[in-house]
Design a protein around this ligand. Sequence first.
Ligand SMILES: NC(=O)C1=CN([C@@H]2O[C@H](COP(=O)(O)OP(=O)(O)OC[C@H]3O[C@@H](n4cnc5c(N)ncnc54)[C@H](O)[C@@H]3O)[C@@H](O)[C@H]2O)C=CC1
Ligand SMILES: O=C(O)C(=O)CO
Length: 318
Amino acid sequence: MKKILITRILPDKVLDAARAKFDVTVRDDVTPLNVNEAADALQTYDGILPTLGDAFDATCFEQAGKPRCKILANFGVGYNHIDATAAAKAGVFVSNTPGAVTDATADIAMTLLLMTARRASEGERITRAGGWKGWGPVQMLGTHVTGKTVAIIGMGRIGKAIAKRCHYGFDMNVVFYNRSIVQEPGVPAEQMPTLEAALGAADFVVVAVPGSKETHHLIDGNAFRDMKSTGIFINISRGDVVDEPALISALQNKVIHAAGLDVYEQEPFVPEALRALDNVTLLPHLGTAALEVRENMGMMALDNLIAALDGKAPPNKV
Ligand SMILES: NC(=O)C1=CN([C@@H]2O[C@H](COP(=O)(O)OP(=O)(O)OC[C@H]3O[C@@H](n4cnc5c(N)ncnc54)[C@H](O)[C@@H]3O)[C@@H](O)[C@H]2O)C=CC1
Ligand SMILES: O=C(O)C(=O)CO
């Protein structure tokens, strides 16, 4: 039986399906694999089902030499923790789970947008602490969402699903910035020629680009200065797409109005200065956290792994 490593506990449905076919080791730990563990795994297993943060970088492939492993079947669409070029050189397939994550992640973007605009987590904290003294016409006034302009940065699968929700659900005007021309945004939407133009046009900015060398700190201090001072910033992509200290400074100095975040530069570390701010909504990377979504992601990853270990190209090879 082929030996596979699953680097986090997955839903039972996925683990049962994996155990029916392979000799499975499941790592009972939520911390990512470090470089040494990743290199060791490449030498020990025929296939690996890793997830975000597991350090399959160039060093790990150097350390592993000619690996036994045939595939890194990533659980998740974002694979910025894997050096896909180094993997290809080492003869290791890399696959991901596009589509399975799209709607759930767009839903979390909308959750953050609404919660941040309407000060929902602040209000919930006050109510829970017994601090609500009664309804008042000028109490806890937030930002009205319906009819406003949203700028989506990265108009791919998730960006388009967010655009759909904004347009059909909230009558919003949609603009977007994408590195290539997007012919079919799916809703009436204007592609802006530059990031600056998109940021400057919007009441809400939602970031949905992949994490990569190219997008590292795409959103920096200048980007926040390009936004309206009433603007609300949402990030569901990867933490390091945003310069976190610059975001904290922009929030503290009222360069922008508020932010909603699902991802952070050094997960699970969330800076104290960010946690101290009332005008931020902070979620613990919940984008795809729903059982059926995680089951679908797991089954898709497993299909990729099975294909590679059967000597075929995985259907979702990156
Ligand atoms: N918070 C969460 O739990 C989740 C986060 N994600 C993140 O969302 C990302 C996007 O996922 P999908 O929409 O499926 O990917 P996608 O590949 O369909 O869309 C990404 C879009 O960004 C554009 N893009 C890439 N680099 C750019 C740049 N430098 N400037 C402007 N546009 C650029 C691409 O052209 C593409 O249209 C994932 O890579 C992952 O990092 C995905 C799922 C869950
Ligand atoms: O799919 C991804 O990229 C995630 O962040 C987790 O689902």
